[in-house]
Design a protein around this ligand. Structure first.
Ligand SMILES: [Zn+2]
Length: 382
């Protein structure tokens, strides 16, 4: 366009010969430009075509005899065309120089993201968390930096794992030795019908990755046994236990106490569930302070024998995930030293203060100083 304008200006100064011929050629160049724009052709192709037209015209002026009709129709002399070429070259060179100066003036490319910083996709994903005053960007960074181990990928583990992944907990370990069975699917929502027979940790990994590919998941397809418990748990900042056998729950508790790792323990039976945060290193009881002995059979029947309402593990497992998010971000008041009991059948929830026992064989009552409760599971009033 600028070149065309410059050419028209130049052509206008030329008196007499070939003025109309030059204008014809410039009109052809403008037509090429217009059609190129209409077809959305790349600028380089349009300029190549205009360059070919220019070269053909200059060549015609230089090689054809003076009385040639083509020479007459395209200006009749080579000099104005060469002058126009020099003007165009000067304009192109000037624009290129300005472009280079602008590029140099631009700030250097953004530095690589520091560890813990979020990509645009993550900021968008966690926007509703970041909007919360109690979490915000700082809390979301703490979640990303956190390592949480979930023991059991069953009824409680399923919703807890899915929500921890969705919430953006950066590293999530899951340990479970079972495979997915048809009877699990009524309540263990991390698993699906087409994954029956698959290790639960592999099925949970698939479900969590499908929700949030930005988190790291470590699956351990085995039971949590005392010989590995402390070493494994020491690798994590927080443990969520949703297993339904009491010996494993005591193993997890003992390892958490030994490794100074807080434990969020959930349990369900039929229509009732409970959840608490055991963190004797920072005050309050350990699980063994509150439940010193395995409950007698019949008082604590397992799901297989007594049954369980399908959404109940969803409620309690989600509460465990909420407690995890609160503990990791420092939001609100956690269930440390408190036991929440939810009775789904009557729609009632109550929270009991629980305290450390000085004669606890596991923690030695170390959290007693800041515990202020008056209740254990041995209390008949409970
Ligand atoms: Zn204890």
């Amino acid at each position: 366009m600028k070149v065309g304008a410059a050419g028209a200006l130049l052509a206008g100064r030329l008196e007499g010969v070939g003025k109309r011929g030059m204008l014809t050629v410039l009109a052809m160049a403008a037509a090429i430009w217009g059609i190129g724009g209409w077809l959305r052709a790349p600028a380089s192709q349009v300029w190549t075509l205009i360059g070919v037209l220019y070269a053909a015209v200059v060549l015609a002026q230089l090689v054809l005899p003076a009385d040639s009709a083509i020479r007459a129709a395209t200006g009749g002399r080579a000099e104005p065309w060469l002058a126009l070429g020099i003007v165009a070259l000067a304009v192109w060179g000037y624009r290129r120089l300005v472009g280079q100066l602008r590029a140099r003036a631009r700030p250097a490319a953004a530095p690589a993201r520091p560890a813990g910083a979020f990509s645009e996709a993550e900021l968008n994903r966690y926007a509703r968390h970041i909007a919360l005053r109690e979490i915000g960007g700082a809390g979301q960074r703490r979640l990303k930096a956190a390592r949480v181990l979930v023991v059991g990928a069953g009824g409680l583990g399923s919703p807890a794992l899915l929500y921890l992944a969705a919430a953006g907990v950066g590293t999530i370990g899951v340990i479970d030795g079972d495979t997915v069975e048809a009877t699990n699917l009524q309540r263990q929502i991390a698993h699906t019908d087409d994954r029956i027979g698959m290790p639960k940790v592999a099925s949970a990994l698939a479900a969590m990755t499908a929700i949030n590919p930005f988190v790291t998941i470590r699956p351990y397809h085995r039971r949590l046994t005392p010989d590995i418990a402390t070493d494994l748990i020491a690798d994590y900042d927080l443990v969520l236990d949703g297993t339904d056998d009491f010996p494993t729950r005591l193993t997890v508790n003992a390892a958490c106490v030994a490794a100074d790792v807080p434990l969020i323990a959930g349990a369900i039976a039929q229509w009732e569930g409970q959840v608490a945060l055991y963190d004797p290193a920072r005050g309050g009881p350990c699980l063994a302070c509150v439940f010193p002995e395995a409950p007698a059979r019949g008082l604590a029947p397992v799901c297989a024998e007594a049954g369980v309402a399908a959404p109940l593990p969803g409620v309690i497992g989600s509460m465990m995930a909420v407690e995890a998010v609160k503990h990791l971000t420092g939001a609100g008041q956690t269930l440390r030293g408190r036991l929440m009991i939810h009775d789904a059948l009557y729609g009632e929830t109550r929270t009991l203060r629980v305290k450390a026992r000085r004669d606890c064989a596991v923690c030695g009552g170390r959290g007693a100083a800041s515990g202020s409760g008056d209740w254990t599971a041995a209390d008949p009033a409970a």
